[in-house]
Design a protein around this ligand. Structure first.
Ligand SMILES: [Zn+2]
Length: 246
């Protein structure tokens, strides 16, 4: 691989995982070159788990219940970190939903990286460990709750209110619809009761500063609160996940 190729890989891995670019760079100094990457990445991953608390970050659980990351991808890519206060808020909200609806697994999506400061693309925020996204809950076609399952593979981009246009077409915008992608997802209706229970548990928590959710979805779920906001017409849609921040 040429120098530019390696530079692009380092950039891509840094954007995706924060520390993956470092692992690739270090691997280039070894005898095995980039083939040493998996081992070095694994070592850095383990060190990140151990040292993140020193940087004021706590990993959210990758397995188990009632709270876990939606996909192992988030854990592998080091995107499951949050400040302890936010991690506690997530655990408490998940416990409250599971109290109300036993067996419910609350799924977290992007949180933050282990080291503070670097932005986590494609999010506009999520750089300070004080932001976390949650997946919605889904049912199968006969109306049974699907524990641990979402519509989209990583929980994002399966939009619920595309038929409620509330924003004029604008440019530039991050309000992508990905209409072509919607047909690929399995037909799983939202579990309104569980999704509302999670939204309410998060909103009721005094540590929560703000929640972003598309107004049409909030209305359908019966969620209303001064902390519940619309992200605006140029920011990414929020009818596929909850965004919360301290
Ligand atoms: Zn978010």
């Amino acid at each position: 691989m040429k120098r530019t190729g390696h530079a692009l890989v380092i950039l891509g891995l840094t954007i995706l995982t924060q520390l993956g670019g470092l692992a690739w760079g270090l691997a280039l100094f070894t005898r095995w070159r980039w083939r040493a990457f998996p081992l070095i990445y694994l070592a850095i991953w383990v060190v990140a788990q151990l040292l993140a608390p020193l940087a004021g970050r706590q990993p959210l659980p990758c397995t188990g219940a009632p709270l876990r990351m939606q996909s192992i991808f988030y854990c592998a890519a080091l995107r499951n970190f949050a400040v302890p206060e936010l991690a506690d808020l997530a655990h408490d909200a998940a416990a409250r939903v599971a109290d109300k609806h036993p067996g419910t697994i609350t799924l977290a999506l992007d949180g933050g990286f282990p080291i503070p400061g670097l932005p986590m693309l494609p999010h506009l925020s999520h750089a300070d460990g004080r932001k976390l996204d949650f997946a919605l809950f889904y049912k199968n076609s006969t109306g049974d709750y699907l524990p641990g399952k979402t519509r989209a593979p990583l929980g994002y981009f399966a939009f619920e209110t595309l038929d409620h246009p509330q924003c004029p077409a604008a440019f530039p915008t991050l309000r992508w619809d990905f209409r072509w992608m919607q047909a690929i997802y399995p037909d799983r209706p939202i579990d309104d009761r569980r999704t509302k229970a999670l939204g309410q548990a998060l909103l009721d928590d005094p540590r929560l500063g703000k929640m972003l959710l598309e107004p049409a979805l909030a209305e359908r779920l019966g969620l209303a609160d001064p902390k519940l906001r619309f992200q605006g017409c140029r920011a990414a849609r929020h009818d596929d996940h909850f965004h919360v921040q301290l």
